[in-house]
Design a protein around this ligand. Structure first.
Ligand code: GLU
Ligand code: ZN
Length: 296
């Protein structure tokens, strides 16, 4: 058997769902992919709830996701971390970064930014209006990070070499919004470092965010984990499955067939007989037979 997995002795992976609704087939694929890669490599698998943004967090969704993972037989290592309880850590990191003059307040409104910006690979490229002085003294300010021209390069386990010039492709990005909410890019970097994550396995919709995260890791002197971006499940309209696109929750009365479908989506070839098996047998087969080189 061709085995393309790295032979790592200390592997720490994670699944980091946003609790915007129950686990659906798309998030199940990310959960299973990160879980199997960790277990195949004899590693640990952590779960972190990314409930940073209060308006997007749905009451009960975190419990729902955690209970579903348990019922599916996916045991995590250590305590679950909730980003909503980590503001102190994010603030400490932001204060540290601010000492380098790489962070500046921005008081531009959405409309001002929309009128002055061109589209980048992930939203509008902020034109740097407030780099030297804020556009509106006295308005609540977001905090942005200065980006640079030097390319950021990394090798994704599935996608190969990825290169991005942050200043040109993304622009100075937000670390804390004007309403005080910390940005995903900052929180994920702080938490991956705090949890000593060595391997990040997640959906390819986050591939474009990775250079921003590596840039932050470099500024902060953190180690960059290894990244593997999995294919993303889409519906018939080609939209990513999500709460917004009304993805159906995982049906626990029919768990194994959905997990088999998730394995198939990831290019694995589970035998038909697994359908009749217990969860323990399912996982034993899935872990032993995990093949990264078969993921489409
Ligand atoms: N919370 C993010 C999401 O559910 C995932 C973040 C990550 O894996 O880095 O899309
Ligand atoms: Zn501004």
């Amino acid at each position: 058997m061709v085995n393309t997995q790295s032979n790592v002795s200390s592997y720490r992976g994670r699944f980091a769902p946003s609790p915007t609704g129950p686990l659906h087939f798309g998030s199940l694929v990310a959960a299973i992919g990160s879980y199997l890669d960790a277990k195949f490599n004899k590693g640990e698998w952590l779960v972190r709830i990314e409930d940073l943004d209060p308006p997007r967090t749905v009451a009960g969704a975190s419990d729902d996701i955690l209970t579903t993972l348990e019922k599916l037989g996916m045991e995590w290592d250590g305590e679950v971390i909730f980003q909503s309880q980590r503001n102190e850590a994010y603030q400490a990191t932001l204060s540290c970064l601010s000492q380098t003059a790489m962070v500046y307040p921005c008081t531009c409104s959405r409309k001002e930014i929309a009128d002055a910006s061109i589209a980048g690979i992930d939203g509008l490229i902020y034109p740097g209006t407030c780099r030297d002085k804020v556009s509106h003294v006295g308005r609540p300010a977001a905090l942005r990070l200065i980006t640079q021209q030097q390319p950021i390069q990394f090798t994704d386990t599935l996608r190969g070499a990825v290169c991005q010039c942050l200043e040109r492709d993304v622009g100075d990005f937000v670390l804390r919004r004007a309403d005080g909410v910390y940005a995903y890019q900052l929180a994920v970097v702080v938490d991956d470092a705090a949890q000593n994550i060595t391997h990040v396995v997640r959906g390819t919709d986050l591939l474009d965010s990775t250079p921003r995260q590596i840039y932050l890791q470099q500024l902060l002197g953190y180690t960059t984990p290894r990244y593997m971006h999995l294919p993303v499940v889409t519906n018939a309209q080609g939209e990513k499955l999500s709460k917004q696109t009304l993805a159906a929750p995982i049906d626990l009365s029919n768990a194994i067939s959905q997990m088999i479908a998730a394995l198939q989506f990831l290019g694995q070839s589970p035998p038909k007989v697994l359908q009749q098996e217990t969860l323990a047998t399912f996982w034993q087969w899935a872990i032993e037979n995990w093949r990264v080189d078969k993921i489409p």
